[in-house]
Design a protein around this ligand. Structure first.
Ligand code: GRG
Length: 296
């Protein structure tokens, strides 16, 4: 199956899950609006591409992919709220609290958080304990939630602290997408290497997102936290390149061809976007886009 076919399958599964598991109530409308149509499906596609490198995408991988996407959507809805990042737009449309109102958005996020675990409960007992432990650790007070808290408390005055926030806020969910996919495939032995790939990918994903943000008009909070506006660009370019090399070498070592191809297709798209908007970026920061090594 191609990435496009995987995307279609994940989208159809998300539609079915929302249709079957939500009450016929106004809340369903808020949740549907927030989840569909989905974004890039970056994390679910990591689940799929890794599974297809091991022994194929099973029904359980499909469940995991949807649980992760629903959890990701809850973090985006809450992040957009005025008390957090205060963003009126998400995926080019009004954010959930703008389209509806704040309490609706908060409750839709709460419902999605819980629904993600309800889905995971359907996994087989052979992998369920490992998945639940890994997923909850990655997303809770020692993971994503802590990262968000450190971010909102502006604990980002050094590059080291900022990288910690990126690790918790962005890399954790990416790491858990890979490790839980491997747990379902009964490949718990791959955990350490996959966590390393996930960490590197999370840092690259976030730094490239920060860099792409400079193409658009950013809000005050985004300006305060964008590392390219506060730290040396050579250092950040180096970080992107080093972490890309880790991704390339680890995926090669483990012959994770589909995973590498998917990551490469994402990096190529970002590279094209950066080159196309080079002028806008160099107006804001001193960077040589062609020194980014995003190709294997
Ligand atoms: C509310 C507990 C809580 C946490 C929120 C994930 C997060 C923490 C906030 C989202 C904002 C942000 C800058 C996250 C970093 C990762 C990132 C770039 C998310 C956007 O994810 P994409 O690009 O979005 O995968 P799509 O729309 O494609 O799903």
């Amino acid at each position: 199956m191609s990435i496009k076919q995987w995307q279609n399958e994940i989208t159809k599964n998300l539609e079915d899950i929302l249709q079957e598991n939500l009450p016929d109530h106004y809340l369903k409308e808020v949740i549907n609006y927030s989840v569909l149509p989905p974004g890039k499906l970056f994390r679910p596609l990591l689940v799929y591409s890794l599974a297809s490198d091991i022994n194929g995408v099973s029904k359980e991988h499909q469940t995991l992919a949807c649980a992760i996407e629903l959890h990701h959507t809850y973090t985006l809805i809450h992040d957009d709220l005025p008390a957090m990042d205060n963003d009126d737009l998400r995926r080019g449309r009004p954010s959930s609290h703008i389209k509806f109102n704040q309490w609706s958005a908060i409750l839709a996020g709460d419902a999605l958080l819980n629904l993600s675990y309800e889905l995971l409960a359907n996994l087989s007992p052979t992998c369920l304990p490992a998945v639940l432990k890994d997923f909850s650790l990655s997303c809770g007070a020692q993971g994503l939630v802590l990262g968000q808290c450190m971010d909102l408390a502006n604990e980002n005055d050094t590059l080291k602290k900022l990288l910690k926030i990126h690790e918790l806020k962005t890399a954790r969910l990416i790491q858990t997408s890979l490790s839980c996919s491997a747990f379902i495939s009964q490949r718990n032995d791959m955990e350490v290497k996959l966590k390393e790939i996930g960490y590197a990918l999370g840092i690259v994903f976030q730094l490239l997102d920060d860099l792409c943000e400079l193409i658009e008009d950013v809000n005050q909070h985004e300006k305060e936290i964008n590392p390219f506006l506060h730290f040396k660009t050579e250092e950040l370019t180096q970080l992107i390149n080093t972490n890309c090399q880790i991704i390339f070498s680890h995926t090669q070592e483990y012959k994770l061809i589909n995973l590498m191809n998917y990551i490469q297709s994402y990096l190529t798209k970002i590279n094209q976007k950066l080159l196309k908007n080079k002028e806008k970026i160099v107006q804001k920061i001193d960077i040589k886009i062609n020194q980014l090594n995003l190709q294997k």
